[in-house]
Design a protein around this ligand. Structure first.
Ligand code: SAH
Length: 234
């Protein structure tokens, strides 16, 4: 029997859209989180809301791997656009993650994860390609970008802060609050990881906007359509 595939969502509206696709989900509570096990297109999946921030995301990934024996994690969520041409409603598939708020300098170079000798953690190439193919199939008209996503424990919502990140990390396409933590856990356990984010804002002074409405009307249907396409193609 193959190990279940984990579907991790950032917002409860998104998780609800994914759970609507599972005909037979059953709940298990571990580490205060609800893990929903079920099937989608004959494949065993576990869906979970990771909550917001790097520590919450790391706990969720660890529970998925240690408790449920997961060997593949797919994250769907929203992010702020940083790269030029990365617009609200576009989709970014991550090829690598970095923690933009990690700084143990001068002992270690800025952004380097101490004692790992690296600042960037790559996603799994094969799972990432399948995810990008699923995005193309599910959302043929959406702007699709692939590359670096940066994470930190901060909702980036001011133009000066967005500009500072763009200057510091010119190849960063988007910013969010969980992805790099999951990438580090998956690196530690040698588990395949892929992530997709719909751009909800530009991380600038207008970032607050109508975030909740965007998640409901755009991000949740995006996630559900991408997950459907990903699992139907297996
Ligand atoms: N105002 C929202 C904030 C949620 S935090 C609310 O009240 O619900 C933002 C979530 O979306 C995080 O999980 C993060 O991963 C992602 N995100 C979207 N835009 C972001 C940005 N500009 N900066 C950081 N995280 C962002």
């Amino acid at each position: 029997m193959t190990a279940p595939l984990a579907l991790v969502a950032a917002m409860h509206q998104e998780l609800a859209a994914v759970l609507d696709l599972l005909p037979d989900e059953r709940k298990t509570v571990v580490a205060g989180r609800e893990f929903w096990r079920g099937h989608l297109h004959g494949q065993e999946v576990i869906a979970v809301l990771c909550r917001i921030g790097k520590v919450a995301a790391a706990t969720t990934a660890t529970a998925l791997i240690e408790h449920f024996g997961v060997r593949e994690i797919v994250f769907t969520g929203v992010a702020g656009g940083l790269g030029p041409g990365v617009r609200v409603g576009d989709v970014v598939v991550a090829e690598a993650f970095l923690q933009h708020d990690l700084d143990a300098s001068p002992i270690f170079p800025r952004h380097e994860v101490p004692l790992y000798g690296r600042s960037r953690f790559a996603t799994d190439p094969a799972l990432t390609q399948r995810l990008a193919d699923a995005v193309r199939q599910a959302l043929p008209d959406a702007g699709l970008h692939r590359g670096l996503i940066v994470s930190g424990d901060r909702f980036v919502s001011s133009t000066p802060e967005a500009r500072a990140l763009q200057a510091e990390l010119p190849d960063a396409l988007a910013v969010e609050m969980e992805g790099a933590a999951i990438a580090q856990v998956c690196h530690d356990y040698d588990v395949a990881y892929a992530a997709v984010r719909t751009i909800s804002d530009r991380a600038d002074d207008a970032a607050h906007g109508d975030f909740t409405q965007f998640v409901e009307t755009v991000a949740s249907p995006h996630s559900a359509a991408i997950v459907q396409a990903l699992l139907s193609e297996r």
